[in-house]
Design a protein around this ligand. Structure first.
Ligand SMILES: Nc1ncnc2c1ncn2[C@@H]1O[C@H](COP(=O)(O)OP(=O)(O)OP(=O)(O)O)[C@@H](O)[C@H]1O
Ligand SMILES: [Mg+2]
Ligand SMILES: [Zn+2]
Length: 579
């Protein structure tokens, strides 16, 4: 331990509260303890739980003092406000009171350690009112050690008190728990933390930008000590003045402005732009996982902002976000934000386990950008219900429609800028099914479907690697299993049905994957995407046993165009009764 004054003492030690009223964020526990002490109903064993650095050890020590304090005049009884000047108070603070024994179970887990400790239970306290055993990290004790402890807990002498502390209460045997009065310490809210750190900065004579303190308080994630360690670090880096920038760099927190840019790119469906920004953040030292977490936080904040314009008011760390957010939220639909949040949350778990967090993060961004183009779940339901009686038309190549939409489309504005169906199938063709003029290979397959040429259609679907297509001319490489006269028959039939000459030739070029392969890989990705969709998840939850059988794409901007899976079996089941 560092000698006071001799060297820098870490803030967490220097500012360890010595009274209950100096503990922050633990009012409920303090109140109960106060009552217990005031009414003289003092348990023989206490167990304090809570996440790291919220005051368990501190509370145990204050409690030891509270129970043994005799007051300045040496005549006082147990008190919630130990005087700090009497002999017991001082010696306990200095960790040298003979009757207050502290043991760290993390380093002494064995049964012998406990035996040694409980040996002393038989002896009366030397000088204090109570003999107090503080066992920190009690969940680390071995099974035998717990058993040894249990014996003592079953019949504790009246003047012995155990105080256990643990971060993992579920690892403490129920037999032990049931003999303890239990207190849960809370994570400390971020505002309280910020206030606490501000006070300490002042006491330390350092100036700190409010946003810097706010960042530290947020990074502390409820743990007073974690935040104090960060403050220590910031002081070591920045000396007497702590800036927001310095803290950002220290924490590896990306510049909020850049994160905002990234989110905007994603929400307008600009996958390429999003990847570019992600790369920039990464090169700037940003941790991909943290970036995702920042995005998640930002989406949450925007959601709050959408609901109440006053969200985050007065928080210095949120000032920038607020002004940009207020401009943005009117363009964002709530379901879109909700969906983005869920997808990010899922993505974060993925990135945590992925071999390359950067890759995982990029995939999440692409998925998000892709989803930005989809209608909000509520609208989707509306479309589904109004679609039932809409006429069916051409199939569409998926993926194409999502490539970089021209205008920002937050959510679902619905302008029909270049949907795939529109490009692949001119309007007149769609409304004149009598003599359709295929504009794509997909249209050709569709035509075979409509003409009920099931066998040839299946070959086109499964055994054709398309090399070139233009109306009137097709080049393809047949896959194994294609009939030898496929090109010939294809040309003849197309000629008959369309009234124009079709030149169909076989090529040696590699060509595109077959439609079947495309459909398969697309179905996989759609399915995984569908599985993440909030609406689908809600449905799956509402109907136990339900599963995703097939995923069909809807071209959202083109109410009369209906897209079906390219895979024959699925198209059939629905297509047959329509046509
Ligand atoms: N509620 C609190 N109020 C004020 N300071 C706190 C509080 N909790 C923790 N601290 C600060 O953090 C330091 C560490 O706290 P403490 O050792 O009590 O945490 P703990 O809960 O026992 O953590 P761990 O689980 O890591 O043992 C204290 O010295 C104090 O500076
Ligand atoms: Mg502790
Ligand atoms: Zn005292």
């Amino acid at each position: 331990m560092t000698e006071p004054g001799a060297a820098y003492r870490v803030l967490a030690r220097k500012y360890r509260p010595s009274r209950f009223d100096a503990l922050i964020g633990q009012e409920a526990m303090v109140r109960t303890l106060t009552n217990a002490i005031a009414t003289g109903r003092i348990a023989h064993a206490f167990i304090l739980t809570g996440v790291r650095g919220v005051g368990k050890t501190t509370t145990a020590r204050i409690l030891a003092r509270a129970l043994n304090c005799v007051g300045p005049d040496g005549k006082g009884g147990p008190t919630v406000a130990p005087c700090g000047v009497c002999e017991p108070c001082r010696t306990i603070a200095e960790d040298r009171h003979v009757d207050v024994l502290e043991m760290d179970a993390a380093s002494r887990t064995g049964v012998d350690d406990i035996r040694e400790l409980t040996e002393g239970v038989r002896y009366k306290p030397v000088s204090a009112r109570y003999k107090i055993y503080i066992i920190d990290e009690v969940h680390m004790l071995s099974k035998n050690a717990f058993n040894a402890l249990l014996k003592t807990l079953e019949e504790p002498p009246g003047d012995v008190i155990f105080i256990f502390a643990t971060t993992e209460i579920h690892k403490v045997p129920i037999t032990v728990l049931s003999r303890c009065q239990r207190f849960s310490l809370r994570r400390v809210p971020v505002e309280l933390l910020a206030e606490h750190y501000r006070g300490i900065a002042v006491a330390e004579g350092v100036t700190a930008e409010p946003a810097a303190i706010a960042l530290i308080a947020r990074a502390a994630d409820g743990s007073v000590r974690d935040g104090l360690s960060l403050l220590d670090q910031a002081i070591a880096l920045g000396g007497p003045s702590i800036t927001e920038d310095a803290v950002r760099t220290m924490l590896g927190v990306a510049d909020r402005g850049l994160v905002f840019d990234l989110l905007e790119a994603v929400l307008r469906g600009d996958a390429a732009g999003a990847l570019r920004r992600m790369a920039a953040l990464y090169e700037g030292g940003g941790d991909p996982l943290m970036v995702l977490q920042d995005l998640l936080e930002l989406v949450h904040f925007l959601t709050r902002l959408k609901i109440t314009a006053g969200a985050g008011e007065g928080d210095p760390a949120l000032e920038g976000e607020r002004s940009r957010g207020l401009a943005l939220v009117p363009k964002l639909a709530l379901p879109v934000l909700a969906r983005a949040w869920q997808m990010l949350l899922k993505g974060i778990t993925e990135a945590q386990t992925a071999p390359s967090p950067l890759q995982a993060a990029e995939m999440v961004l692409v998925r998000l950008a892709y989803a930005a183009d989809l209608p909000a779940p509520g609208d989707l339901v509306k479309q589904l219900t109004s679609r039932a009686d809409a006429p069916s038309a051409a199939p569409s190549a998926p993926s194409v429609s999502r490539a970089a939409p021209a205008a920002p489309r937050f959510g679902h504005s619905g302008e029909a800028s270049g949907s795939a169906a529109a490009r692949l199938m001119p309007e007149d063709a769609a409304v004149a099914p009598a003599m359709p003029q295929p504009q794509s290979f997909l249209d050709v397959v569709e035509l075979f479907d409509r003409q009920r040429e099931a066998v040839l259609r299946a070959h086109l679907h499964a055994h054709v690697h398309l090399v070139h297509f233009e109306p009137g001319r097709i080049e393809f490489r047949p896959a194994d299993g294609a009939p030898r006269d496929l090109a010939n028959r294809l040309g003849k039939m197309l000629g008959e049905w369309t009234g124009m000459r079709w030149v169909v030739s076989v090529s040696r070029e590699e060509g595109a994957p077959t439609l079947r392969d495309q459909a398969e890989s697309r179905a996989l990705s759609l399915r995984s995407e569908a599985a993440h969709d909030p609406l689908v998840r809600a449905v799956l939850e509402a109907f136990p046993g339900a599963r995703i059988d097939a995923v069909r794409e809807l071209v959202t901007n083109e109410p009369q165009a209906e897209s079906e899976p390219l895979d024959g079996s699925e198209a059939r089941s629905e297509g047959d009764d329509v046509r």
